[in-house]
Ligand binder design. Structure first.
Ligand code: NI
Length: 169
């Protein structure tokens, strides 16, 4: 946070199944896995393209929630379904050591393409919907602290959740 590359509007991907795009995705997966992330957006590694990845086998924060499939989502479009909003805690690899309570749409449809240009179209809720909204915000220069409505619910992970290991987004 503070690096201006995180504040820019990322550009759409035009060419698919290219060496450049595959190399970007290798970099992104390596970064996400080494930092125990649930998702990552290209601008977080300094690349201003509309590319996000995400996926969670099991999330300790949502023990009853189903896992989120490993997904490559490029040029995404999010459509909120209904008015419902939910608040929950988020962290971010670009805002290390902190957590905030963030309102998000409870149910969304998201559409886009994968690295081969094949369509992705899903209707999701709960944690899956939250991760997608968080990652896609990165493509529009938005970091989760900008969405916190009650700044008293923003603080150091160690203070808020002592001794717990929580995924970053
Ligand atoms: Ni993030």
């Amino acid at each position: 946070m503070g690096d201006v590359r995180l504040l820019h509007i990322a550009k759409p991907v035009i060419h698919f199944d290219t060496q450049q795009l595959h190399e970007l995705l290798v970099d992104m997966r390596d970064t996400m896995q080494s930092l125990n992330g649930a998702g990552l957006a290209a601008p977080q590694i300094g690349v201003g393209l509309r590319v996000v990845i995400f996926g969670v086998q099991h999330n300790p924060r949502y023990p009853d929630a189903e896992g989120v499939p490993e997904t490559v989502l490029i040029n995404p479009v999010i459509t909120p379904l209904g008015e419902g909003m939910e608040e929950d805690w988020e962290g971010c690899l670009s805002v290390p050591g902190l957590r905030g309570l963030v309102p998000r749409h409870a149910h969304i449809r998201y559409q886009g393409v994968d690295e081969y240009g094949d369509p992705v179209d899903r209707t999701v809720s709960e944690f899956h919907a939250r991760v997608v909204q968080h990652e896609c915000d990165h493509l529009d220069g938005i970091l989760y602290p900008m969405r916190i409505s009650d700044m008293s619910k923003f603080g150091y992970t160690e203070e808020l959740f002592p001794g717990k290991e929580i995924l970053e987004e």
